[in-house]
Design a protein around this ligand. Sequence first.
Ligand SMILES: Cc1ncc(COP(=O)(O)O)c(C=O)c1O
Length: 364
Amino acid sequence: MSRYWSEVVRGLTPYVPGEQPKLADLIKLNTNENPYGPSPRAIEAARAEAADTLRLYPDPASQRLAQAIARRHGVAENQVFVGNGSDEVLAHAFHGLLRHGKPVLFPDITYSFYPVYCRLYGIEYREVPLNDAFEIEVDAYLKAPNGGIVFPNPNAPTGRLLPVSGIERLLEGNPDSVVLVDEAYVDFGGVSAVPLVQRYPQLLVTCTLSKSHALAGLRVGYAIGHPDLIEGLTRVKDSFNSYPMDRIAQASAVAAIEDTAYFDSTRNRVIASRGRLVAGLQSLGFEVLPSSANFVFARHPARDGADLAARLRERRIIVRHFRNPARIAPFLRITVGTAEQCVALLAALGEILAPRGVASSTAP
Ligand SMILES: Cc1ncc(COP(=O)(O)O)c(C=O)c1O
């Protein structure tokens, strides 16, 4: 605390990102990164860009990248906004599109950055409980006037998907404020709401290259929506930072998006690994929520979530555990790793769960 801090800073409760440990030889399954790495073409494009043009400012509008994104999704270029990770895109959306003096609605169990943005921008919010199966209940969002509705689809950290029919019902019943669907994980088995932007001017869909394109380190995210929503985001961006996307990020992201063969092969490997991971966890007695993401949310009926996470850590495997809200404290959120990483995780859990003195048959 400093007397130089503004009142805003004193009132903040910043987001706490998943740990990025410096230790070698860790199996890191805590921040939903992609285990396979980005397209070699994306790395080559980054190298070429770095070799040549870094003395010049980048294109403030990220036009080539916006065009590549527009082609990928079959929308017009003026329906695309690009930002420094989808976190920045989300922040601009809260600031520019969701601050209307009425509460913004989002699930009680969801991406924990949403309440952080609300506090940063002085936005009132209300958390709408997921049902007992950890699903979004559309009707619960349609009861009161709101300043906007936000949720990830698939939701995080549950991995559960709301079908597009549910999103459409939400849009039909909520024409007067923005509905923001955060599709950070949609490429791992979800169905995108992007086609609906042509019919619903209040729909904004955000996406990221951090997960399915394995470019978390590059910081590239984007939003797709009606040109008026995009113009609003651009006004916020141009009042904040003209150049959030550096030259390397723009060039590399274009190459990653255009390498569709690599994208398909790695995301299919993640999806296949997820199937094996879920089966392995279930055979160890875990209850696993149906996941459409590159992570699973699982609890063991007889074991404490925090204790399991700590014991995995002793074996140099890191997963994510949330103490709050209490309803999810028994769960572990486990990123789907490579086939080998999943085998190592299951072996470690087998050891941890084995009665004392009994050697586990799945131990490595
Ligand atoms: C639901 C959700 N949305 C958005 C993000 C932000 O992704 P990025 O800023 O890397 O694009 C994350 C990151 O984990 C996330 O889980």
